[in-house]
Every structure is written in C-alpha cells, then in structure tokens.
Design a binder for this molecule. Structure first.
Ligand SMILES: [Zn+2]
Length: 204
C-alpha cells in the first residue's frame, strides 16, 4: 500500500473532491480535521417525549398572541352596532321615504360580505332606511338602488358591487382597527346627534 492511499483511507471523513497530495499540510487552505468532524445533530425527539424547553416557550408565546385578539364574532357584532349608530346619526331619516321613526342601517348589497358590511362612507354600502323598507329591500332592491345612483352615480354603484362580489378576506386585526376608528368617529359627534339616532331607532 502506498503512502498516498494510506492517507486517503485515514482521512476518509474529509469529503474533498481532490485527492490529498502527499507531503502537503492537510490543514493549509482547507478545513482542519477537527472542523471536518461529523456535525453533531440534536437527537430526534422521541414519540411521547415532552417538547424541549425552547420549543415549549415558542409554542406558549404563539398561543398567547392569538388569544390577545378579541373573538371575531364579538368584533363583528360590535361593528354592526357602531356602523348602524354612525349612519343613523349622520342621516336620521329614511333615505327613500323620509320617515323619521323605526330607523335601521340598510345594506345596498347584502350584509353577508364582511368587506362591505361596515362601509359607512358616503356612497358606501350602508345607509339609513326605515325598518319596513329595509325588510323588503332584498326582494325589491330597485328603490334603494335608484336612490344610490341619483346621489352617488352608477359608476360608484358598479365599483361597490365589484367589491361586494370580490368578497375579499378581512382579517380580525383589520376589524379591530375599524372598531377603534368608528369609536373615534362617534366620540367626535355631538351627544344630541347620537341621542336623536337612539330615539329614532327601530326597536323590533
Ligand atoms: Zn322608508
């Protein structure tokens, strides 16, 4: 056996593409033998074995973060209340028959789509209607659609319809931010305006 092949066999853990040249220091220009030792890997976690401390901490932190956000259904219910109060306070009469009692928040496009459900902007999806007309709107939408086009234009209606049909996902944190924004809007309204909205509200 030559010296060359003996070195090769002895350094078999060194995965070099070039054969080692006899007489050349092994560590020069390449990794030392120590650093080329097999990498120590952590033992695989056995089934049934408790998670490592590090993993446990990470898992707990994630769970706590998720629980920090309020329940989505609770935020949606609160946003329904705030949305209704804002539109009725801004417009304390039915936009189609001008009645001033039994007022509700009416949705041009059904409230099932979250992205347009709390749209209180002028020309948005929510406005004031009396309870009677709100109830019949889904079967006979022409009256409210006519009012919308007369006030905001057909283009705005078309854009609103596209948003409604796109049904974009709204994350819970976005709903929470909308809630904070709506609470701020109501805080800037004169108390008597809020009082009128409450007096004229439908109490079915
Ligand atoms: Zn009405």
């Amino acid at each position: 056996m030559t010296r060359h092949s003996s070195i090769k066999r002895g350094r078999s853990r060194l995965k070099t593409t070039k054969p080692l040249v006899s007489g050349k220091p092994i560590s020069r220009g390449t990794k030392s033998l120590k650093s080329c030792a097999p990498i120590k890997t952590t033992k695989p976690i056995a089934r049934g074995k408790p998670m490592s401390k590090k993993r446990k901490v990470k898992h707990t932190a994630k769970s706590k973060w998720v629980s920090l956000l309020p329940d989505r259904a609770v935020v949606i219910a609160e946003l329904d209340r705030l949305t209704s109060l804002i539109v009725r306070a801004r417009t304390p009469r039915c936009v189609t028959c001008h009645r001033t009692n039994n007022l509700t928040a009416s949705h041009v496009f059904r409230r099932g789509v979250i992205d347009t459900r709390f749209d209180v902007d002028p020309g948005g999806n929510v406005t004031t209607q009396c309870a009677g007309e709100n109830r019949t709107h889904s079967e006979r939408p022409a009256k409210l659609l006519r009012w919308f086009i007369d006030n905001f234009g057909a283009r705005k209606l078309s854009l609103l319809q596209k948003r409604y049909q796109a049904n974009a996902r709204v994350e819970t944190w976005q709903l929470v931010e909308t809630q904070v924004k709506y609470e701020a809007i109501l805080a800037t309204m004169p108390p008597e305006q809020i009082a009128i909205a409450n007096e004229r509200a439908f109490r079915g």
